[in-house]
Design a protein. Structure first.
Length: 464
């Protein structure tokens, strides 16, 4: 088929700009929202984050199956961007709403709104991800689409993280329920607009038809070795990002401290968690730009392994950075390089899912693109759940204090909790990166094998 238009790649990028804008605020700030703003204990918040993902284990593949069997004049997957976008924004607002109820009632509210949000997130992001498999039949072009997707995603994340704390302060304060609520109203409205733009600017070019039963789809999925390995790799990637990201707000609150300024050519600027995270998002964008040329030269599998090896080394180095003015600059430098390499990895994984979908179509004669991409969403959520819960439980286990009254009265965080925060920013992500290397080492879809699969599929596919 002919090369896809630039406007389609831009439109596809708007989709993940929307979901990532919300997801980053959700992943990085929701733990501290539940523990320090909403008022849940660290243990309850950790259980909440993890238990609600049980529903995701069911809803993600269900949505994939539904999307695979949807047929409209707009295509299989694209119409869900239009249908679900309003619900996505509404549920985002409800998630960051704090009712003035008893502790037990608030805990129920948290479970209900969290499950609703994850269900709606599945309803729009599984079809959105699956679109990659039907927008082009060229493996390298899929990597380009993935790069546009992640470039826009990190751009949206950069804006959201940079403005989140100032935004909450504008509407009542970073430590108030009103600030968080109205901040999320603004974010949700922007997300709605971007999903609609994605719908309007994209098109499905490949027509795939599933000719087997749902049971056969599941059977072929469970027999798909590359899929299993990629799920493990994606889980590690999301776990790496979530553990570091969910720790940053606590790290700056209790180790860096408030009102810390850095000087740059005579200008002083506040060194706070939003700045640290947003600099990471800009660096992610640079990594995304590097992904295509590096992956085309080295191959996707080799690139993935090398990226994780670098992340392992950089993460270990973070632990030894001193808590001083010069050390803060070194933290920023490490954050830049770590984020560049995670930026390379993100579009790589989505492109590899598209390759796994092609492998399944050829080997098992099933067009289960939605089902396979639903597993990508599931891995993202499980990585976020395990990472977020682990941060909360580890902090609780090592004595972290969330009682604002006790802290105002002079209580200080124990050394064990502070050391745990430093491990969560360094050694623990390093171990996750090492595990990712081991998993991908056995991944069988090399560049040569992918080209063979593409050639065979061209003979049997209907292309618009």
């Amino acid at each position: 088929m002919a090369k896809t238009k630039l406007i389609e790649k831009i439109g596809y990028g708007f989709g993940d700009m929307s979901s990532s804008t919300f997801w980053k605020v959700f992943s990085y700030y929701l733990p501290i929202f539940y523990s320090n703003i909403f008022g849940l204990s660290l243990i309850d918040a950790g259980v909440l984050v993890l238990v609600t993902r049980i529903w995701d284990a069911v809803s993600d593949p269900m949505m994939g199956i539904i999307a695979d069997r949807t047929n409209t004049r707009w295509g299989k997957y694209r119409p869900y961007l239009l249908w679900v976008a309003p619900l996505f924004s509404i549920c985002g607002i409800l998630l960051f709403t704090t009712p003035d109820w008893s502790y037990g009632a608030k805990l129920i509210w948290a479970y209900v709104t969290y499950i609703l949000m994850m269900t709606v997130y599945t309803g729009i992001n599984v079809p959105y991800g699956a679109m990659l498999g039907v927008m082009t039949d060229d493996s390298n072009e899929k990597t380009v689409f993935s790069s546009f997707r992640m470039f826009f995603a990190y751009g949206g994340s950069f804006i959201a993280l940079a403005i989140w704390e100032p935004l909450t302060n504008m509407f009542g304060g970073y430590k108030t329920t009103e600030g968080w609520f109205w901040g999320m109203v603004c974010i949700s409205a922007a997300c709605f607009v971007m999903f609609i733009l994605c719908f309007l600017l994209t098109k499905e070019h490949l027509k795939t038809v599933s000719t087997v039963s749902v049971g056969s789809d599941f059977k072929s999925l469970l027999s798909n070795k590359p899929w299993w390995l990629l799920i493990g790799a994606a889980l590690c990637s999301n776990l790496f990002n979530t553990v570091r990201g969910a720790t940053v707000a606590y790290f700056f609150l209790d180790i860096i401290g408030p009102n810390v300024y850095l000087s740059f050519f005579g200008l002083a600027f506040l060194f706070y968690s939003g700045l640290f995270l947003s600099i990471g998002e800009v660096s992610n964008m640079l990594g995304v730009a590097l992904c295509v040329p590096i992956a085309n030269k080295l191959g996707k599998k080799t690139t993935f392994i090398l990226v994780n090896a670098v992340l392992l080394v950089l993460s270990v180095a973070f632990f030894f950075v001193p808590i001083t003015s010069s050390g803060f600059w070194l933290m920023l430098i490490l954050q830049v390089f770590i984020s560049i390499f995670t930026g390379i990895m993100s579009p790589l994984i989505w492109s590899m899912y598209a390759d796994v979908s092609d492998y399944a179509e050829l080997k098992f004669h099933t067009a289960s693109t939605g089902l396979i991409f639903s597993s990508a969403s599931m891995a993202q959520k499980f990585g976020g759940a395990i990472g977020g819960a682990a941060v909360l439980w580890l902090l609780s286990g090592f004595g972290y204090i969330t009682d604002s009254a006790a802290l105002e009265a002079g209580a200080v965080q124990p050394e064990s909790a502070l050391l745990t925060l430093r491990w969560l920013m360094s050694f623990i992500p390093a171990m996750v990166a090492g595990l990712a290397i081991i998993v991908v080492w056995f991944y069988p879809l090399t560049t040569e094998r992918i080209e063979e699969i593409g050639s065979e599929l061209k003979k049997i596919r209907s292309i618009e």
